[in-house]
Write a protein that binds this ligand. Structure first.
Ligand SMILES: C[S@@+](CC[C@H](N)C(=O)[O-])C[C@H]1O[C@@H](n2cnc3c(N)ncnc32)[C@H](O)[C@@H]1O
Length: 284
């Protein structure tokens, strides 16, 4: 490597000071813990953005985000880059077995004629929302007095836009049972594209909003019968988890269900919850 290349390379490196500034900011804004081991990951994710903006150093980029990002949209772009959005249809399928075989019947018996309101908090690109929509729609067909609505929220604008579009590559639908695929997925007219779209009947039962779980304001939401917040808390430290769970519970009806990811647990006694299934809780 010649000297000038070395200079360019060193200019682009994220220093420890850069990392401290940006990781503290991300923690304060998103609640995401960013231990020093995450430096390389963060550097990798933001590097491309520096090139797109023609910015030479992470310091410059961080100054730009922290001082002007709120006004020029860069904050939202940066959040999109740092969040992990892995998701799937029917992910952690035991929850959906329980939901379709037990939860829905119980809900209808206790609340005859009432609309079921579900919140998928940290919904990523919407697969969890449409999985629930397929199950609820199946139930609705056999129970005409039943109806439902599912709200999906996420910090990432990009994910919310993609979830609202409800268009997915063929390669993502392997876990959807065959009969549900036939009923609820539309194939693209141009078969070479290998894309599917969720049918309008299900899309009409859903809505999507950008929402930061760290935000003070949850009051814009009505109370829900069930909240799915799965594989989101793992990115938060213990204090933030506690804060977010308290806020989620403030929007859950008494007797409502909270579904967390399989590797996420909360102390039932601390939050006045009953633990009824792996990572499923009822609010007392
Ligand atoms: C790994 S995905 C989980 C998606 C889905 N719930 C599932 O289990 O398949 C985590 C999602 O949480 C979102 N997220 C992270 N921090 C957030 C915050 N502070 N507020 C709202 N959403 C957040 C991310 O953008 C990401 O889409």
């Amino acid at each position: 490597m010649n000297t000038s290349n070395q200079d360019i390379f060193s200019l682009k490196k994220m220093t420890d000071t850069d990392f401290d500034r940006i990781s503290t900011f991300i923690y304060n804004e998103l609640g995401m813990k960013m231990p020093p081991q995450k430096k390389i990951l963060l550097e990798g994710r933001l590097y491309k953005r520096l090139r797109e903006l023609n910015i030479d150093t992470f310091k410059e980029y961080i100054d730009f985000v922290l001082t002007k990002g709120e006004f020029n949209g860069e904050l939202i772009t940066m959040f999109d880059l740092v969040t992990t959005n892995k998701t799937d249809f029917f992910r952690e399928s035991q929850h959906f077995d329980f939901f379709s075989k037990k939860y829905l019947n119980d809900f209808r018996l206790i609340n005859p004629g009432k609309n079921l309101k579900i919140w998928s908090a940290g919904c990523s690109s919407g697969e969890e929302v449409y999985t629930l929509a397929m199950i609820c729609y199946e139930f609705k067909v056999n129970n005409i007095d039943f109806d439902f609505h599912i709200l999906g929220t996420d910090i990432s604008n990009k994910m919310i836009t993609s979830a609202s579009m409800a268009i997915y590559p063929d390669s993502r639908i392997g876990d959807i049972p065959f009969d549900l695929k036939k009923k609820y997925l539309l194939k693209s007219k141009d078969h070479s594209l290998k894309m599917i779209r969720i049918v309008p009947e299900l899309r009409l039962k859903t809505s999507f909003l950008r929402h930061n779980l760290m935000n003070e304001n949850y009051n814009e939401f009505e109370a829900f019968d069930a909240i799915f917040c799965r594989n989101v808390l793992i990115y938060f430290d213990a204090n933030t988890q506690k804060l977010v769970i308290q806020k989620l519970l403030s929007r859950l009806k008494t007797g409502g269900y909270l579904f967390l990811g399989h590797s996420e647990t909360v102390s039932s006694s601390k939050f006045d919850l009953q633990h009824i299934q792996p990572s499923v809780y009822i609010k007392n």
